[in-house]
Design a protein around this ligand. Sequence first.
Ligand code: G4P
Length: 525
Amino acid sequence: MSKNLKDQVLSRRTFAIISHPDAGKTTLTEKLLLFGGAIRDAGTVKGKKTGKYATSDWMEIEKQRGISVTSSVMQFDYNGARVNILDTPGHQDFSEDTYRTLTAVDSAVMIIDSAKGIEAQTLKLFKVCRMRGIPIFTFINKLDRQGKTPLELLAELEEVMGIESYPMNWPIGMGKEFLGIYDRFNNRIEQFRVEEDERFISLNDEGEIAGAHNLKESGLYEQTLEEIMLLNEAGNEFSRERIRDGELTPVFFGSALTNFGVQTFLESYLQFAPSPQPRNSTEGEIDPLSEDFSGFIFKIQANMNPAHRDRIAFLRICSGKFERGMNVNVPRLSKQIKLAQSTQFMADDRSTVDEAVSGDIIGIYDPGTYQIGDTLTVGKNNFQYERLPQFTPELFMRVTAKNVMKQKHFHKGIGQLVQEGAIQLFKTVKTDEYLLGAVGQLQFEVFEHRMKNEYNTEVFMERLGSKITRWVEKEEINENLSSSRSLLVKDRYDKYVFLFENDFALRWFQEKNPDVALYNPMDTQ
Ligand code: G4P
């Protein structure tokens, strides 16, 4: 690989932010984008109420509900690094989308609200990162408000999440008494609400302020020094390798809203976060520095811009270089495709991208060809990247078009939304009825809303409630085994699936039909 290309790849940092809603993800993202010069206005996060929206909130429904539904991608340059941020929906009903996004990153930033500590959704997403061995950087936010003590927060990280931590900095007071952070890593103190030229105080070799300074008068400073001593003696050691392996999380304290500690965080993050990592494929690990282009599609979104009525596949480049107009293989289809239309993302601002390298996320125009999880390769390469995680839906609805004259729109809409991975589709075996499967209720609401707004089709949805979903191992099965308590359906790949009314129905079925092997895809990935 040429030196130039290698340098480009090594300069990439691609991450997702994981957090519970309201922890400050949108605020932090915006501040990072401001540092990168990617946006000029802080479009402030308050926007949710005043009518302005964060740059990463795309769709109408997000505005109405004030939640992020889809993951968006943002890119900026900082200190010679090119940063790709993948936004993820915070709401748990959209976990599928978030989990798929996490397959496309090399690290994750976890935001914790200092008053709330570790919340349910953060824990769930953390576990996914852990399972995938993704390095995690922790930003403890809202230090300008009274919250839990830093020692309590660290203990929570270790006890609830089971991850060791290394505080890169440490707060001096908090809330009304927040004075700043003791920056262990840069051996300095950064003062809160102090002008730029006086904000930083260098520390001597003993880690203390040399000479006179009014901060020394404060009991909070004394307390911080004591805690730092404790950390130095009893805390974990800093280890770049263990950060890379996802075993140790560097912890940063700050306040995104007041833009405090964000730049320090960004600079350390860029220093320690991994550049694009190798990925597993059917032919073993693919080196991100290999010359041959390859990548995989982790998200498809139709009608990103309603004026264009288009469809974009989000591609994570995993090796080599993308050049507009290049021919690629889609091994699943045994087909070659010319990538003529491609875009780079800055939320809903899109610009044509001519070149991109491993680590970058680009959007490619999708005439309906791609599926989530598709691999793209070049030349003789025909490998496929690891399958994306498949979710087992738990909630079901029967769906029909309200207006029978609109069948064409109805089928097109369902087809596209299913291919996007917004919802799963099943058909009953005997009656060919359409059933929608979801992990969270809101997915149905988004579906209904989008069918109406994007495909001009009103749908009728009948609640079937929650089911236990199990796929059938074999290709063939006696369709007469279907009953109201163990409904037999087919998924969109024509695989047989049983929807059991409850645990009891599942066990009863297994006892009666020991020869029908069933599985839950989430147990095997
Ligand atoms: P999210 O994307 O993770 O859901 O969170 P978002 O950034 O929207 O932030 C949620 C709320 O927390 C916002 O208040 C935001 O201003 C506030 N916030 C974010 N960072 C900080 C911080 O460092 N300090 C303080 N004090 N507040 C912060 P909001 O829009 O007024 O909503 P709400 O507070 O009524 O929920």
